[in-house]
Design a protein around this ligand. Sequence first.
Ligand SMILES: *Cc1c(COP(=O)(O)O)cnc(C)c1O
Length: 234
Amino acid sequence: MITFEEFEANVRSLQKRIAAACRDAERSENEVSLLPVTKNHPLDAVEFAAQAGLSAVGENRVQEAGYKRDSYTGEMRWELIGHLQSNKAKQAVAIFDRVQSVDSLKILRRLDRYAGEAGKTLPILLQCNTGEDPNKYGFDVESMNEAVELALEAEALQLDGLMTIAPLDDDPVVAKAAFEKLRDLRDELSARFGCALKELSMGMTGDLEQAIAAGSTQIRVGTALYGARENVQA
Ligand SMILES: *Cc1c(COP(=O)(O)O)cnc(C)c1O
């Protein structure tokens, strides 16, 4: 794990990258929020984020996030960005303040049921595999109508927007296409259902410039902030 000084330097260079990307896209920096991804890093990563004034972190596993949430005494919001197995939906509702990786109708129904039972409203994003990557989870573009319809009907869920992960590819054109597809899909669904779907969670260390150019409102960044991931016992 890197030191806090190294982390601060990484935050500063990342902020420069974000600022440059926003300038190129003629967008205001205020429109793009940063979600530090602390998965596979020790609890210090969460503390570093808090000290840098960041108020939420992204984790991809229920068990690891649960352990960190229990151990962390400070103020923090926890967002799930990894695939959720349906047998862990109840735990996820207890741990996470938002689930970005809702990728099936089954998970959507379960989260609604458990959030309802817990008496809370759970903010969610629908993950869409706009890059049609066979190695990625997410709804197909064709299934998104039905998913949005069900999410809007779900009494214990609050649909904030959409999320995607671009296919792993050295050609930035591939990521750009996946991000633009998510934005266009959002515009279409938003008009059809009369809902804002304001959040477009897209862009990571390797492709945040393409994502910001395509309208991202939240980038999820691990490596550029914390360096290479280690394994954390949880
Ligand atoms: C790990 C992960 C990230 C962060 O990736 P980096 O390339 O390390 O910035 C972002 N989003 C999701 C869904 C992830 O699983």
